[in-house]
Design a protein around this ligand. Sequence first.
Ligand code: HEM
Ligand SMILES: [Cu+2]
Length: 508
Amino acid sequence: MVLELQKPRPIWQIMFSTHHTDVGLLYLITSLGFLFLGGALALAIRAELFLPGAQIIGDAMTFNRIFTVHGTTLIFLFIIPFASSVGNYYVPIMVRYKDMAYPKLNAIAFWMIPPGGALIWLGFADFTWYATPPYSIISAPGPAADMWIFGLKILGISSVLGAINFIVTILKCKHPDMSIGQVPLLAWSFLSSSLIILVAIPTFAAALLMLLTDRLGVSGFFNPAMGGDPIAYAHLFWFTFHPEVYVLVIPAIGMMYEIIPRFSRKPIYSYNSGVFAFVLLSIVGFSSWAHHMYATGMSFTEKTVFMVGTLAAVPASAMHVFNFVATMWNARIKFLTPMMWSVGGIALFFSAGAGGVANAAMPLDFTTHDTYWVVGHFHLFVMGTIAFGSIGFLYYMFPYVTGRMYNETMGKIHFIMSFVGTVLVFFTQHVLGLYGMPRRIFDYPPIPEWIAMNQIATVGAMIIGVSMAIFLANMIYSSGKGKPANTEDPFGVGGKYYYPFEAKNPSH
Ligand code: HEM
Ligand SMILES: [Cu+2]
């Protein structure tokens, strides 16, 4: 399998191409660009919070803008496009088709991302990635807020188009010799996350339109002054974005399903339970949105229903973790960089999941709601699991894409520093939340415990920052001057355990 950067080609040939590997490369480069931009904002936030009082960011409004754009960028412009990149490279190959089902639509879906990203970055809105009314309709400054709304609208359409393409490619274009029960788990992960997108995103698309017309003053859906209800927005928002969490994490788990068996030199312990857990997660993802809203005065019955609905995700997630551990059990594991990121990601997935169970328990949620506990919890997922899975996969793809090998030592240093940094930042933030520090604050009182823990978190973030610089240097240097890789088996793990159907059709 070669994912061809072919011979050097002029850049416009790649830009105007509709071939899945070229579109995959465009997605890849764009998402990595936004990873570094969004990450730089994270470092600015942490530098600001190193001590009480204003440090480097002048005022609270600017601080709000920075963390709004940070969150929006990393979720919509890094994680999602990165997953699309992997899907573009691998899904057609895994279902043995020549390209995506609709190559032109595929290119269009990609080309919606740069304008969407530009609107978000040029606007620099300040109303957090929730765009919570009534602030977002009454006093969030335009045009920043309007630009954010349009930007997200475009990005939402782009994901829906991408999702349609993945679903059709997998279900309709797969090779006739191959049953759906033979499609690799990475492709299954795209099928399930695409189905979630199709169900969830239209709700948010409607909510955004309502928000916009509210801002224009022609409607009052969420405006209490006009008889509207801001809580209705919260329902629409979380109906989309709780399932969206699974849209983000499912492809990352799919990537681990590709890496763990390869580097364990064993077939996956249970293919069927992997498929089952993906499908189950995409259903129960919808049964839990109101766990974000325990504190909004729901009835006890409603809260209980959503608590149970939320806990339903636990066995489905645990099934994946069990599957990974069972695959690695007694295996001859080769701990190269991609494997280290996957295993680290699983460990942090487990920790974040444990914290999630605590959040789901509604009495506990009343003490942790809107504190740094929540920031620590969701970052352990987005950074510790999703970004770790993605970065590990990037190292894995690297030789296939560039035909060259990255520097293994630098890859390992990158992993170790990021892992230590992630634990320092986000475990500490859990504790900080228990000490009562609210989230989304620009300044805090000089409580000694708060200062100490904020400093630990900031040092952790700087360690991650340095490791990312090493990563960038490694990628740039190695893609030009790295050792040429053996693209048949660049990691020397032998065997093609992952493609049982290939053995039957060696001529393909
Ligand atoms: C070293 C890595 C990171 C650090 C130090 C960091 C730091 C922060 C901080 C301090 C906040 C503000 C929290 C608050 O006051 O509520 C924040 C918000 C956020 N971060 Fe990160 N972050 C990092 C990585 C990421 C990644 C990888 C993602 C997603 C892929 C992400 C997504 C978000 C989101 C969605 C928000 C919420 C923004 C909002 O409420 O508008 N972060 N981050
Ligand atoms: Cu949720």
